[in-house]
Design a protein around this ligand. Structure first.
Ligand code: ASP
Ligand code: MG
Length: 453
């Protein structure tokens, strides 16, 4: 069998749905499991509804919620017969009722927590997966909806929930296999899960790719296909550069590095489930099927830079103290403090008398800065971005560090971070300089190979 995941941004119109159905039909013989995320912009809107409700702007929240349901209803009206439309509407009416109650409840409490946001967000995938299953059935394609409440139990770390792996594996086998054996296509929502007590959770924005690779790993798929709007993984983010090219091959480690350094096309957790069994991932575009696609496997094919990454809203904190080098300040104390903070670091580096910490800028607080002062003098840049080049072994091939340093010339306060990872070289630069740097590096490695600075 194979897993086919279809992403939200690629599902905007009835035409998009037809296109996706024809893609699924082409792969019919390979026994696809279909993972579907919320339709375009739905998750954003659900989060917005929650925010508005939390700010007591209930009218606006109800308006957006009505629009959101109308959009689904409209697709249902266009593509479903009367009977199936009724099945959809009956369920959707229940959801509308619940969502309205959530809006009113939240506006009374006035406090938005990750747990509440997850209850709102869950409706996107619940609606899209139900509607999509009915549309397949309408076309006489045997499809069965498998709700996550039947298999995807997670921890209660809302908005970044982690699957309870052993149980999920067992449950997946008992829920998906019989459907596949019947010759039906299982359809399931990505991104969402449930706690053991039946509360909706989500595994982080864009994590329906992760649902797909989990299913792929536990059902031993031949391949996991991630069908997106963009044409495969590109040599840089196509939203910031006009002339990117597709990256045809990536290793798991390169893809992981890309995701961690900010490539939005992949959720960082996506790769992990398939590594042990070496299940390949293919990133494809449903809209431009013949242009770019990326094939991700264990091996690294071809050397050199595969992609240039960019992540904004980063802060770099530098802690320097002569006592660090002396060993009088125990580095593990700094590490321990940093690890005690309730969010993830992008990177910490310690060399000689300095420690450099990279975090999302939004997490910097006076508290953190003054705590860090215990360990030395503090200097920080907050409007910063992380720019990197990714490829197997480039971090350990000094030439790349040198070339990157060349590209950094003239950028004030640019900090080169080279040698810490074998698969990347990166730098933190003021955000105002970042896109120029991305363009320069992209040109160096992908456009004119002769370009010298
Ligand atoms: N619908 C969710 C989101 O927009 C999950 C996903 O698209 O992967 O983040
Ligand atoms: Mg999405």
């Amino acid at each position: 069998m194979i897993v086919m995941k279809f992403g939200g941004t690629s599902i905007k119109t009835v035409d998009d749905i037809h296109r996706i159905i024809s893609i699924i039909l082409r792969h019919r013989d390979e026994m696809p499991v279909v993972v579907i995320s919320a339709f375009a912009r739905v998750t954003n809107n659900l989060e917005k509804i929650a925010r508005l409700a939390g700010e007591k702007q209930t009218n606006d929240a109800h308006t957006i919620s009505r629009e959101l349901f109308n959009k689904h209803e409209q697709i249902a009206r266009t593509l479903l017969s009367k009977e199936r439309k009724k099945i959809f509407t009956t369920e959707a009416d229940k959801y509308i009722y619940q969502l309205n109650q959530l809006i009113d409840g939240l506006s009374l409490v006035g406090e938005i927590t990750p747990r509440t946001i997850d209850q709102f967000s869950s409706y996107g995938e619940r609606l899209s997966s139900l509607l999509f299953t009915l549309i397949l059935q309408e076309q006489a394609i045997p499809a069965e909806l498998i709700g996550v409440e039947r298999y995807l139990y997670t921890t209660n770390d809302f908005s970044r929930a982690v699957p309870i792996f052993d149980e999920v594996e067992e449950n997946m086998q008992s829920t998906f296999q019989p459907v596949l054996s019947r010759g039906s296509i299982p359809v399931t929502p990505g991104f969402i899960g449930v706690t053991k007590r039946g509360i909706w959770t989500t595994m982080g924005r864009e994590s329906s790719d992760y649902t797909a690779t989990l299913i792929g790993a536990y059902l031993q798929a031949k391949e996991v296909q991630l069908w997106k709007e963009v044409e495969g993984i590109r040599s840089a983010d196509p939203e910031i550069l006009p002339d990117t090219i597709p990256v045809e091959r990536l290793s798991y480690s390169e893809a992981l590095e890309l995701a961690n350094l900010g490539a939005k096309v992949l959720h960082p957790r996506t790769i992990i489930p398939v590594i042990d069994q070496g299940i390949p991932i293919r990133v494809l575009s449903s809209r431009h099927q013949s242009s770019g696609q990326t094939f991700i496997t264990a091996e690294s094919v071809a050397t050199g830079v595969k992609s240039v990454t960019y992540k904004k809203d980063i802060a770099l904190i530098r802690i320097s103290s002569p006592y660090q080098a002396n060993g009088d300040i125990n580095l593990s104390n700094i590490n321990q403090y940093i690890r005690s903070l309730p969010f993830d670091m992008h990177m910490t580096l310690q060399v000689g008398s300095e420690t450099v910490v990279l975090i999302d800028a939004k997490y910097i607080t006076e508290d953190i800065l003054s705590s860090l002062k215990r360990y030395g003098e503090i200097d920080y840049i907050s409007d910063a971005a992380l720019v990197g080049i990714v490829g197997e072994n480039i971090g350990t091939t000094p030439d790349y560090g040198v070339q990157f340093a060349e590209a950094l010339k003239g950028i004030p306060k640019g900090v080169l971070l080279s040698g810490a990872s074998s698969r990347s070289v990166c730098a933190v630069v003021p955000d105002s300089e970042a896109l120029k740097l991305v363009g320069k590096l992209h040109e160096r490695y992908f456009l004119t190979h002769q370009t010298k600075y």
